[in-house]
Design a protein around this ligand. Structure first.
Ligand code: TLP
Length: 347
């Protein structure tokens, strides 16, 4: 039986492999990647490392593992990591940084998710035996919980300057770095060059079913491979899914511009509704975050109403929602979503 079709705006992680991607999966050459002889994985790693301007890369099952492998490979237990209070690593990785790497996270509130060098400078611990040692700065680009906001390159450059002056490493959670690059026209490697490690996801807007890639220099990647194994992420004939990643990189980067356009259309229409409050400044890529102003309505009510109309969404708080556009949502779906919102908010 064919699956029922919903307009699924819960996340860009919901994308399903296209026929072309499935063909690539079917035809993939494979080997044992833990033994280092899966040719498709190697191709994907080289491809992503090259795009990011890094020497090497390692394929991991998820964005969470990508971040956690990077954190462990760049730090020692007891050290401190500066990051935004709304970051994925701080809120959505099940406490892994402290559980798996013995790290203390030091969150700071950025402006729409963006941390400035001045803020970071203020939070770097002075050398003193009482303090945990600040070791790493993590940035997230685009910033998920802020609504897909983009780090201005000048801010990254300033943060990098401060980090290097204080001997700190830099990691980029670039789950959606592709979106930032397509939206600004700034090449991926221009963003990546300020970081010791960069993690990018293939399974979000690029539409692969699984997989992320962590990149950096050879010494970092050697540690990352060992830590990936320790975290249980060493995979065998994984060329079968790496092929989907290659297909995603070759075919689905440029088209992210369509998702950005759809998010803008949706946001502009929702902003006109009485009961909704949107900070349009946050609508920079493929997300629309908004609050429900209407006292009698809340996000859980809205999720149900939308579902009755075959639109899937998630509440990110009692009054807060995030809608995400992606390759399985077209402009017609966006128009239908707008109509449903208009109807539901008139009730
Ligand atoms: N984000 C998911 C949820 O976990 C919230 C989503 O639906 O957006 N970094 C960033 C910035 C992310 O947004 C995510 C996933 C990850 C890392 C983790 O990726 P996975 O889910 O592959 O572990």
């Amino acid at each position: 039986m064919p699956q029922k079709r919903y307009i699924d705006l819960r996340s860009d992680t919901v994308t399903r492999p296209s026929p072309g991607m499935r063909k690539a999966i079917f035809e993939a050459e494979v080997g044992d990647d833990v033994l280092g002889d899966d040719p498709t994985v190697k191709r994907l790693e080289i491809m992503v490392a090259t795009l990011l301007g890094k020497e090497e890369a390692v394929y991991v099952p998820s964005g969470t593992m990508g971040n956690q492998v990077a954190l462990k490979s760049l730090t020692s237990p007891g050290e401190e990591v500066i990051l935004d209070v709304g970051s994925h690593i701080y809120n959505n990785e099940a406490g892994a940084a402290s559980a798996l790497s013995g790290l203390q996270l030091h969150p700071i509130k950025g402006e729409r998710g963006i941390l400035s060098s001045v803020q970071i400078l203020q939070e770097i611990r002075p050398l003193n035996i009482h303090h945990p040692q600040t070791a790493l700065v993590v940035l997230e680009n685009t910033h998920n919980s802020a609504g897909g906001t983009i780090y201005p390159l000048e801010v990254i450059q300033d943060v990098h300057k401060v980090a290097k002056e204080h001997n700190l490493k830099m990691h980029l959670d670039g789950a959606r770095l592709w979106n930032a690059s397509v939206a600004t026209g700034i090449p991926l490697k221009e963003y990546a060059k300020y970081f010791d490690s960069v993690s990018v996801c293939l399974s979000k807007g690029l539409g692969a079913p699984i997989g992320s890639v962590v990149s950096g220099n050879p010494e970092f990647i050697k540690r990352a491979r060992r830590n990936r194994k320790m975290f249980g992420g060493g995979m065998r004939q994984v060329g079968i899914i790496a092929a989907a990643g290659i297909y995603a990189v070759e075919n689905n980067i440029e088209r992210l511009a369509d998702d950005h356009k759809n998010a803008k259309i949706l946001a502009e229409a929702l902003a006109k509704l009485e009961g909704i409050n949107i900070d349009m400044e946050t609508v920079q890529t493929n997300m629309v975050i908004f609050e429900i102003k209407d006292e009698k309505k809340d996000a859980f009510w809205l999720v149900e109403k939308l579902k009755e109309n075959d639109i899937l969404t998630l509440a990110s708080g009692k009054k807060k929602m995030r809608l995400v556009t992606h390759l399985d949502v077209n402009e017609e779906d966006i128009q239908k979503t707008i109509e449903v919102f208009e109807r539901v908010f008139k009730q």
